[in-house]
Design a protein around this ligand. Structure first.
Ligand code: KG4
Ligand code: ZN
Length: 346
C-alpha cells in the first residue's frame, strides 16, 4: 500500500490530501472562489499569491487531520500540468521541497488523470476499461481509460468547455461567478422547454456531425442573442427559464455523446468527473440514459468532482505502486495531452 501526500494548485483551489491507495485519509480544500468572484473570473496572479499564502497551513492541516506524521508518507505528489503556470509552480515547489527535506520520492500528476481517479475514491472496485466523461471549466472530454497512464481521447471540445459555457452564460444573465452552481440552482425553478437552443454539434468536412466532439460557443452565442432580443422587447428577463433551457441543452448534448460513445466502443461503465459532474440535470439525464442502455454510470461525490488533492493522490498512488516516480527536474506545463501522461515519469 502507498500513502501519498498530494498537492493540487492548478487553478483556484489550494488543496492538500493524504491518500493511501484508493482510501482518502484527509482532504483539505481551501477555495479562492470568494476572492475571484469580485473580478468575475479567475485572475491568475491573484490565484498564485493566494496559493502561496495558504499552502503551508494546508499541508500541516492534512497531516493533523489524518493523525499521521512524515514517517507514514511514502511519496509526495503534485499536479504539474495542465493549468495556470504560476499556480502550478506553487504546488510543484512545495512538493519538491518536501520530497528533498523528508527524503521521499516525488511524482508529478496530470490534472485530468486526477479527475479520472476521483471515481476510484468512491468506487474502489472500479477497474479499467471504462469511459470517462470529463467535464470541467477547461475540458469536455470523452476518454477511453485503458489502464493507469494509458488513455485514448475519443471526444473533445472544439471551443468552450462545458464549465466555461456555464460561467459565460451566467455572466450574460448577470449572475455571479462561478456560474455552474448558480445556474443549477435557478434552473430547478425554471422551464427547460421554454426556449429551444442549439445542441453544439460539430460538423465534419465530409458531411454529417462528429459523434463525440462538442462545441458550446454557438450555444453561448444563441443565449446572448436571446437575452438581447428579450431585453429589447422589454419586461423582466426570464432568468430561471433561460437557465433551465440552457442547462437542459448542455446535459442532453453531453449525455447523448457519452452514451453513444460507450455503446460504440463496447464499454459498459461511464465514470463522470470534473466540476460540471456536480450538475444535477446532467446527473439525472445520465442516470436515466445509463439505466435504459444497461450501462453503469458513476458520479463521484461532489467534494471529489471539483478540484481537490485527494484525486491527485489516488492517481499518484497507482503510479507509485507501479514503480513510476518523477525526476526532481520536472517542470510545470500549461498544456499537456492526457495521452502524454507517461512523459512525467522516469
Ligand atoms: O473541475 P473544476 O473544479 O475545475 C477545472 O478543472 O476547471 O470545474 C470548475 C467548473 C466551473 O466552470 C463551474 O462553473 C463548474 O465546474 N461547476 C458546475 C457546477 N458546479 C461547478 N457546472 C454546472 N453545474 C454545477 N452544479
Ligand atoms: Zn479540474
Amino acid at each position: 500500500m502507498a500513502c501519498i501526500l498530494a498537492i493540487e494548485t492548478s487553478c483556484d483551489e489550494t488543496s492538500v490530501a493524504i491518500v493511501c491507495d484508493r482510501n482518502c485519509v484527509s482532504n483539505v480544500v481551501s477555495s479562492q472562489i470568494a476572492i475571484h468572484r469580485q473580478y468575475g473570473g479567475i485572475v491568475p496572479e491573484v490565484a498564485s499569491r493566494s496559493h502561496v499564502e495558504t499552502i503551508n497551513d494546508a499541508i500541516a492541516q492534512s497531516l493533523t487531520e489524518a493523525k499521521l506524521d512524515w514517517s507514514d508518507i511514502d511519496a509526495i505528489a503534485t499536479t504539474c500540468a495542465p493549468g495556470l503556470v504560476g499556480a502550478l509552480l506553487v504546488g510543484l515547489t512545495a512538493a519538491k521541497t518536501l520530497a528533498i527535506i523528508h527524503h521521499k520520492p516525488f511524482l508529478g500528476v496530470h490534472h485530468l488523470e486526477g479527475h479520472i481517479y476521483a471515481s476510484y475514491l468512491s468506487q474502489p472496485d472500479l477497474e479499467p476499461p471504462f469511459l470517462c466523461l470529463l467535464v470541467s471549466g477547461g475540458h469536455t472530454s470523452l476518454i477511453y481509460v485503458k489502464d493507469c497512464g494509458k488513455y485514448e481521447m475519443l471526444g473533445a471540445t472544439r471551443d468552450d468547455a462545458a464549465g466555461e459555457a456555464f460561467d459565460k452564460v451566467a455572466r450574460l444573465l448577470k449572475l455571479s461567478y462561478p456560474g455552474g452552481p448558480i445556474i443549477d440552482k435557478l434552473a430547478k425553478e425554471g422551464n427547460p422547454k421554454a426556449f429551444k437552443l442549439p445542441e453544439g454539434k460539430v460538423s465534419l468536412p465530409s458531411g454529417g456531425y462528429h459523434p463525440y466532439d462538442s462545441s458550446f460557443s454557438g450555444l453561448k452565442t444563441a443565449v446572448l442573442r436571446l437575452v438581447n432580443q428579450l431585453e429589447e422587447e422589454g419586461g423582466e428577463l426570464p432568468v430561471k427559464d433561460i437557465a433551465a433551457s440552457f442547462q437542459d441543452t448542455v446535459a442532453r448534448s453531453l449525455t447523448k455523446r457519452a452514451i453513444n460513445c460507450a455503446l460504440d466502443y463496447g464499454l459498459n461503465t461511464i465514470a463522470v468527473g470534473g466540476g460540471v459532474a456536480a450538475n444535477s440535470e446532467l446527473r439525472k439525464q445520465m442516470e436515466v440514459a445509463g439505466m435504459s442502455h444497461n450501462l453503469r454510470v458513476l458520479f463521484p461525490p461532489l467534494k471529489y468532482c471539483t478540484d481537490n488533492a485527494a484525486m491527485i493522490g489516488c492517481a499518484a498512488a497507482d503510479h507509485f505502486n507501479r514503480g513510476h516516480v518523477s525526476p526532481l527536474t520536472l517542470g510545470v506545463k500549461s498544456r499537456l495531452a492526457i495521452t502524454e501522461v507517461m512523459e512525467l515519469y522516469l
